[in-house]
Design a protein around this ligand. Sequence first.
Ligand code: PLP
Length: 451
Amino acid sequence: APKDNHYPTAELQALDAAHHIHPFSDSAAMRARGARVITQADGVWLTDSEGNRILDGMAGLWCVNIGYGREELAEAAARQMRQLPFYNTFFMTTHPPAVALSAKLAEIAPGDLNRVFYAGSGSEANDTNIRLVRHYWHAMGKPEKRTIIARKNAYHGSTMGGASLGGMGAMHAQGGLPIPDIVHIDQPHWWAEGDDLSPEEFGRARARQLEEMIDRLGEGTVAAFIAEPIQGAGGVIIPPESYWPEISRICREREILLIADEVICGFGRTGHWFGSQHFGIDPDIMTIAKGLSSGYQPIGGSIIRESVAEVIEASGEFFHGYTYSSHPVAAAVALENIRILGEEGIIDRVREDTAPYMAQKWATLAEHPMVGEARMVGLMGALELTPDKAARAAFANEGTVGLMTRERCFANGLVMRHVGDKMIISPPLVITHEEIDRLIELAWQSLDEGM
Ligand code: PLP
């Protein structure tokens, strides 16, 4: 192998095709032309193996909140690797990065969300949540409270637990999912499913499905409801204002734990530390990952309400944990990432400046003949592509136009993701006005080329 893995592009692509199974990729299509090789990145810009620069409108996988190329994070990792590259917090041990990160997360998390259980990813953290809420109700003397209600088209990860909580039909079809005692209600996607209702009426109606499901199952059997404050991978489904207050009321009145999956919405994406703060949600548990370390290290976790954690702790040993729960290098990097997000005012700038600027520019895309809606909260947004705006119609061959638009964006130097025929944007939080202008220009150009 050549030094530093610097193979020529064609050779890389051939070796890749021969030996590497890609997550969520159409292998046949990719092999036909070779995967695009990304070699480095800085700020919001990726560079490929041919030297092309690409504006990363997805912050990697909605995770590089702080932008690429921050030396401080590399240094935090190197420092920690030299001092203590690995130790765990099993069996009554601990280490400084785990302690410091936990204290910091308790400080920035709302209310009495003061205890953290770590995982290596968002999927693992949601698996923790399944076990944790069931164990909680067991410890409370109500072991029959086991069922978790989630939402169709939600994404909560790829493990058996995470994919079961998620409501992705394509994933369920491939793995015999969901696992038992997980059920799904409809998403609050007004544009596609709202029919003649106003957004607010629709939001309330969708929230009330939670109550109807609890009644159908029997209140004594339901452990928790899990949802992303804004559904991300499902297509940036921004709920109507009426939705979250109604969900919160139902969880409170019906004695159901509320889990906010903040894997995408957390760490500044909505202009607050957590998406729950944007919507006034008061969750019992928050799932975190991605922006926690800005993707520089794999780390996830659950931030748990003190009163819930106390019940778990009082019931003896919780037989649960991952080798990389509270990994010291990942924790040190996350801590440095949080310090920078806070001290540099990055999240405040998103809320007060970048998001309003981007929202205004993004809204102009709704004037394009192919765009039925351009929605955005903070720095996450979507375009609904449609053949007929007035009818809010779907394309016959769902996903084809979206895929072609994504491909044109990528060729033109912009990463936008497609979910069916929705185009998704979620850039690094450090994007400048000038870069936003460029992003909008590239999006227009890519849409126009599809006409
Ligand atoms: N939850 C949400 C809301 C996500 O968007 C994701 C990943 O996209 C996950 C959980 C799973 O996280 P991971 O891919 O780190 O396992």
